[in-house]
Structure formats: C-alpha cells, structure tokens
Design a protein around this ligand. Structure first.
Ligand code: MN
Length: 242
C-alpha cells in the first residue's frame, strides 16, 4: 500500500498506525480493519517473526518458504478477490466468520486460509516447546485433567482429522477444548462443530509436512510440540473481546 492510501485508510479508521501488517498475526489487526478500500488489497500477507530455517530441524526451511510465500500468499490474494467480489469490504473478518455459511465459498475457504495461517505462524517459535505456565496451565488442567491428557488430545485430533484440515486449542464459555476442522474452516466460523476462540493452531494439510515427513503426519505432529509457542497461546488466553 502506498503512503497516500495508508494515510487515507488511517484517516478512515481513525486509529493512526493500526493497519493491516502493523500487527501481523493477531486477531486485533484484522478486527479493526473495516471501511478500508479493499481495491488496494485489504488483507496482507504478514511477515514471519523468524527466518524460514528457524524451526529446523522440526519444520524444514523449504516447507516453511513454500508454505508462507506460495500457499499463504495465494490464500491472501484470493481472499482479497473474494471479499471484493462479495462486496464485503466494509465487513470485519470476525463478522464474516460468524456468518460464513451465508457467504460465497471463497470467503470461507480463502478467508480461513488467510486467517488460519497467520495464527499458525504465531503458534510456532524457535524458542517454543516446553509446557504452558500460570493461568493457562491451570485452565488446561481444569479442562483436561492433566497437561499430558491435553497433549494426547491435541495430538490425536491432529492425527485423526481425515484429509486436509486443522487442529486447535480453543477457549469456549465452557473452558478449553480441543477440536479439529476440515479444509480451511476454523472455530470462529458458524459452520464449526466446536466454536470458540482459537489459542493455537496446527496445520495438518499435507503441504505443511510432506517434503520432510512424507505420509508420516504423526511424526510432524510430534515435532510440532518442540516449536509450540506457549507464550503466544498465553497471550491470547482470556483476551477474546467478542
Ligand atoms: Mn497450510
């Protein structure tokens, strides 16, 4: 986006520097974007917080590069086209998801692809791994009994999701839950079996692991635990404002 457009959008938003890309990977940035001229490309591919090879040896550099620069970029481009085609330039992404069943399939598939990958990049970190702490750990123990039960539950949801999809840790009115979704659906969508606020995401599409792990999805899931970004999950816990 050029400077003139940035200033125009900032003026419309009335929130100065808060604009797509300023806070990549958070819900807030996307939530606050409304009334922006989507001709410019409302949604932008966020940069990663780390290098493509930073998650080696657990997630390989080539997978990361293709996944981000091709797959996620493609979803972002197609989502902008879908938003324009559906005339949803005034609508925030959370509002789209809340009633996604009413909108064209491109909003569901490309909007999910855009949003889910943002969460996925943040769900991993070269400084990740280990176990959750504090209030999040207590909430996990309340909902799952023990941390190990939770870990088994998330691994199992990721492993058994048939075909392409995602596994999630979500916060709901009834505590924390593990769930999985097909394709690019997510728990913020009205079509999701378990609805809630996602704290962590695991992409289990083959493109997330095939180069390194081929058909061994469970090996990829086991590796994911070594890079899982608990600080990010903790930063989202109890933060859902909608
Ligand atoms: Mn993916």
């Amino acid at each position: 986006m050029d400077k003139r457009t940035f200033l125009k959008n900032s003026a419309i938003l009335g929130i100065g520097g808060v604009i797509a890309g300023a806070v990549p990977g958070t819900l807030k940035a996307a939530d606050m974007i409304s009334s922006v001229n989507y001709e410019e490309g409302l949604f932008e591919l966020p940069d990663l917080d780390y290098a493509y090879d930073a998650l080696e040896p657990y997630i390989d550099a080539m997978t990361m590069e293709i996944h981000h620069s091709k797959h996620h970029a493609g979803y972002t481009r197609k989502f902008n086209a879908s938003v324009k085609e559906a005339g949803l330039g005034e609508t925030g992404i959370r509002d789209m998801f809340r009633e996604v069943s009413k909108y064209p399939a491109g909003i569901r598939n490309n909007g999910g692809g855009y949003f889910n990958h943002k969460l996925y990049w943040k769900s991993m970190s070269p400084k990740g791994g280990g176990e959750p702490k504090g209030d999040l750990l207590k909430a996990i123990e309340r909902s799952f009994g023990t941390y190990d039960n939770f870990r088994e539950s998330l691994s199992s949801a990721a492993a058994t999701r048939f075909g392409s999809g995602w596994a999630w840790l979500v916060q709901t009115g009834e505590g924390l839950k593990v769930t999985s979704t097909p394709n690019q659906d997510n728990p913020l969508m009205d079509v999701a079996e378990v609805q809630g606020y996602p704290l962590l995401a695991i992409d289990v599409w083959e493109h997330a692991y095939y180069l390194k792990y081929q058909n061994r999805r469970t090996d990829y899931i086991a590796a994911y635990w070594n890079v899982l970004n608990w600080d990010f999950a903790a930063s989202r816990f109890n933060k859902n404002k909608k």
